[in-house]
Design a protein around this ligand. Structure first.
Ligand code: S3P
Length: 429
């Protein structure tokens, strides 16, 4: 277990960085490449631990995958190319690997076992295993298939019309993937729109996807054709530097090539509503996803209310939004965010406990948190609890805190942003 010390930045953060590849899109590029026909090539891949777990699982399923830093080649042989693994499929810390892969395994006529780390073992899987069972797959695991280790014997599946209780792209994607190998039309309806990378990338791989408001449908029997995928920068990683640029005095940071998919860009809405000095330039398209360059400067901020359909558009950014809110004048209320309780940690608990240690005025609510600004933060001994986004949010807090922020279990940051501290250093030169 590693720990790291972060000191207050005196002379601002200045310069330009290129944000590493999007985690959600990197996972999908590998998985869709693995079930496609032909060689899929990926550039801008995120070589973070989560995406490496996806590569390792699909190699165990018999797919040849070459990876060197941000370049990946996947030799797909169609759905039939997947083979019964002789080893356990270890997803590490990755919820996306677990849930999307279950959707694929549900349709394969063989047995496999999925495990992950301590955090994965606590995350609810019934949200995918129960609809996949309804489709005809045999899945078992602790608590009647809700927790890992899970065992799956897939096979012939039938289409379903699924009404999801949660706005979750992982649930939506798992069912749509299984639907591609099922008889008939499978549809998923969700209470609010979750990220749509699966829909976009399936279309890029030649699949027909029907979208109608909050419902997405695919017809069974469609195959995927290999593609070249360009992965944009991850807006969820950019969020740490957008917040740092806005709250560290004397800063101006430019972030190149940030994915601006509207189902992910809630952090931009929040920064704009809080009054941040943010400019968006060079809006363009990369591999079916909108991309832009963002520049953020030290800003005078005000507290706002965050809830409703905005929540799925910024769910992963809430830990760092809480840090941002400590530096805004007035109250920020985050509501409708119960899903935070089932992320890598219970992020309502971990954000509130760790920011409180650093002097923030923050209270937990049933579905979110309330933050009173502006609070002077101070150094503290905090813990990521193995959650990459809690580790990075506390590092950003450390940049403005008086004294030193010591962060335990900082190794977790490599899950999504292995070069995070290098980028902080780069901006201090
Ligand atoms: C993800 C979807 C989100 C998000 C996670 C990545 C994805 O989870 O929090 O970090 O790649 O589909 P849910 O689908 O559970 O909301």
């Amino acid at each position: 277990m590693a720990k790291v010390s972060v000191n207050q930045v005196m002379n601002g953060l200045n310069g330009t960085i290129r944000i590493p590849g999007d985690k959600s899109i990197s996972h999908r590029a590998v998985m869709f490449g693995a079930i496609a026909n032909g060689n899929t090539t990926v550039e801008g891949f995120l070589p973070g631990e989560d995406c490496l777990s996806t590569i390792s699982c699909f190699r165990k399923l018999g797919v040849a995958i070459e990876q060197e830093n941000e370049k990946v080649t996947i030799e797909g042989n169609g759905w039939e190319g997947l083979e019964e693994p002789s080893e356990i499929l270890d997803v590490g810390n990755s919820g996306t690997t677990t849930r999307l892969m279950l959707g694929i395994l549900a349709t394969r006529p063989f047995h496999s076992v999925v495990i992950g780390d301590d955090s994965i073992a606590k995350r609810p899987m019934a949200r995918v295993t129960s609809p996949l069972r309804e489709m005809g797959s045999t899945i078992d695991g602790r608590d009647d298939g809700n927790f890992t280790p899970l065992s799956i014997r897939g096979g012939t599946t039938k289409a379903i019309q699924f009404q999801s209780k949660v706005a979750s792209a992982q649930v939506k994607s798992a069912i749509l993937l299984a639907g591609l190998q099922s008889d008939g039309v499978t549809s998923v309806n969700e209470p609010a729109l979750s990220r749509d990378h699966t829909e976009r990338m399936l279309e890029a791989f030649g699949v027909e996807v029907q979208r109608d408001g909050l419902t997405v449908s695919v017809e069974g029997g469609q195959s995927l054709q290999a593609q070249h995928i360009i992965v944009p920068g991850d807006i969820s990683s950019a969020a740490f530097f957008l917040v740092a640029g806005a709250i560290v005095p004397n800063s101006q940071i430019t972030l190149h090539g940030v994915g601006m998919n509207p189902t992910r860009s809630g952090i931009i809405d929040v920064l704009q509503q809080m009054g941040a000095e943010l400019t968006i330039e060079n809006e363009r398209n990369a591999g079916g996803e909108p991309v832009a360059d963002l520049t953020i400067s030290t800003s005078k901020l005000k507290g706002i209310d965050i809830g409703g359909p905005l929540i799925p558009r910024l769910i992963d950014e809430i830990p760092v939004i809480a840090v941002l809110a400590t530096q805004a004048q007035g109250k920020t209320v985050i509501r409708d965010a119960e899903e935070l309780k089932v992320k890598e940690t219970n992020r309502i608990d971990t954000v509130v406990s760790e920011l409180t240690k650093a002097g923030a005025k923050i209270t937990a609510t049933e579905d979110g948190m309330v933050i009173e600004g502006q609070a002077a933060l101070h150094g503290a001994h905090v813990n990521s609890y193995g959650d990459h986004r809690i580790g990075m949010a506390m590092a950003v807090a450390g940049l403005i805190a008086q004294g030193t922020m010591i962060i335990e279990r900082s190794e977790a940051i490599a899950v999504s942003y292995p070069t995070f501290f290098e980028h902080i250093q780069q901006l201090q030169r």
